[in-house]
Write a protein that binds this ligand. Structure first.
Ligand code: KG4
Ligand code: ZN
Length: 383
């Protein structure tokens, strides 16, 4: 690894595990006193959300086809920061990579196989053809390392990370950098998946998380304005269970909650007022968040951690952040809570580059290009 001794190491990271095609340039700056800082030079994300909206979820075959269309343009856009030659003297992108990129990184799993294959094969081809080292990165470790992008302070170990996205709900204990122990996960639907399915039941659009959160916010604002709170929902009590909140493990289950929303809707008229839909959205969101917060706090206490990290698309939820923050300050005031900027919560390649940066800094060897393989069921910590 001759490049490790250079002062600046540029990583080209690629992420295509689900429905976002993303490429990012992450730079490690090494000072002579062995201190380093890591910067995100570019982070290009092409989202397919609009395309999948009519299916109320990701349509895997369509996702792969879109990745094929978008991969090279996204890759080139991420590299444009190096194209300083001026329009009349543009270098080929192969030359830009040869000249500026030291190391490649790619999400190998978990995710949709057809989607993963596009990113993995793009990165492997570049590694082989341009003779660059490559790191195979787990998508969940990317979501964790998103918390190391532009932090106000660095998370201290040991820590517990709650990863909540469209495909995952996991509690991961980390004694140190790159050491992962999954202590809990969902037994059925992921938290984000539950948001998406409930939004589909309510017929309010896709992806469900941001819409449900917005409707809950509207309701909160309305309730603050009106103290009398007279509305069409006066005589309707909506409440949902907190699934597995008292179980003695750190696992989750959200499919029963979704069914509970369905049964509630069956008892109501077909056409619902916006207020009532907002109320159902808010009650559902409260049930998910209370369960996530309660288990995370319990895990943090049991494992005597110094930090709690949130990651994944659902972690951009304002109510989840607020509730986790209030509960942590109240119950475990010595523990610091971290969450990243929204653009790094949903899928992006910068978080993959950040995880690779820590592997490089901590001296982990790269993977041989022929050993980087798409693995839809890859567990965190597995190469
Ligand atoms: O991490 P992500 O981009 O993709 C996966 O790895 O799955 O997460 C996407 C998920 C979707 O299910 C979406 O509904 C959810 O994150 N999400 C949210 C919010 N923003 C995105 N869920 C709740 N509240 C939000 N504000
Ligand atoms: Zn994700």
């Amino acid at each position: 690894m001759k490049n490790i001794f250079r002062k600046k190491i540029n990583i080209l990271a690629i992420e295509t595990s689900c429905d976002e095609t993303s490429a990012s340039i992450v730079q490690i700056n090494t000072a002579s006193n062995k201190k380093y800082n890591i910067k995100i030079l570019s982070n290009i994300v092409s989202s397919q959300v609009k395309l999948h909206a009519k299916y109320n979820g990701v349509y895997p075959e369509l996702a792969s086809r879109e990745h094929i269309k978008n991969m090279i343009p996204v890759l080139e856009e991420s590299l444009d920061i190096f194209n300083i030659q001026g329009k009349n003297n543009i270098l080929s992108y192969q030359d830009i990579i040869l000249k500026n990129i030291d190391i490649l990184a790619v999400t190998a799993g978990p995710g949709l196989i057809g989607s993963l294959l596009i990113g993995v094969n793009t990165a492997k081809t570049l590694a082989y053809a341009l003779d660059k080292p490559i790191y195979s990165i787990n998508h969940l470790e990317g979501h964790i390392y998103a918390n190391f992008i532009n932090p106000v302070s660095f998370p201290q170990f040991p820590l517990v990370a709650l990863i909540v996205s469209g495909g995952h709900t996991s509690l991961v204990y980390m004694k140190n950098h790159l050491e992962y122990e999954v202590i809990g996960e969902t037994l059925d639907d992921a938290a984000g998946e539950a948001f998406d399915k409930v939004a589909c039941l309510l017929n309010i659009g896709y992806p469900g998380g941001p819409i449900i959160s917005k409707m809950a916010m509207e309701l909160k604002a309305k309730n603050l304005k009106s103290t009398t709170n007279q509305s069409s929902r006066d005589d309707i009590k909506i409440s949902f269970p907190r699934p597995m909140i008292n179980s003695h493990d750190f696992n989750f289950s959200f499919s029963g909650l979704k069914t509970s929303v369905l049964y509630t809707l069956k008892k109501l008229p077909k056409k619902l007022s916006r207020d009532l839909i907002s109320q159902i959205a808010k009650e559902f969101q409260d049930a998910v968040i209370e369960t996530l917060v309660s288990k995370t706090i319990r895990a943090a206490r049991k494992y005597k951690v110094k930090s709690i990290l949130l990651g994944g698309g659902v972690s951009s939820n304002k109510f989840l952040r607020e509730k986790m923050s209030q509960t942590t300050s109240k119950k475990l005031p010595d523990i610091k809570l971290y969450f990243s900027e929204s653009e790094f919560c949903t899928d992006n390649a910068a978080m993959i580059g950040m995880a690779a940066a820590y592997k490089i800094i901590l001296g982990k060897p790269p993977t041989k290009w022929y050993d980087v393989n798409a693995n839809p069921n890859q567990t965190i910590g597995q190469i």
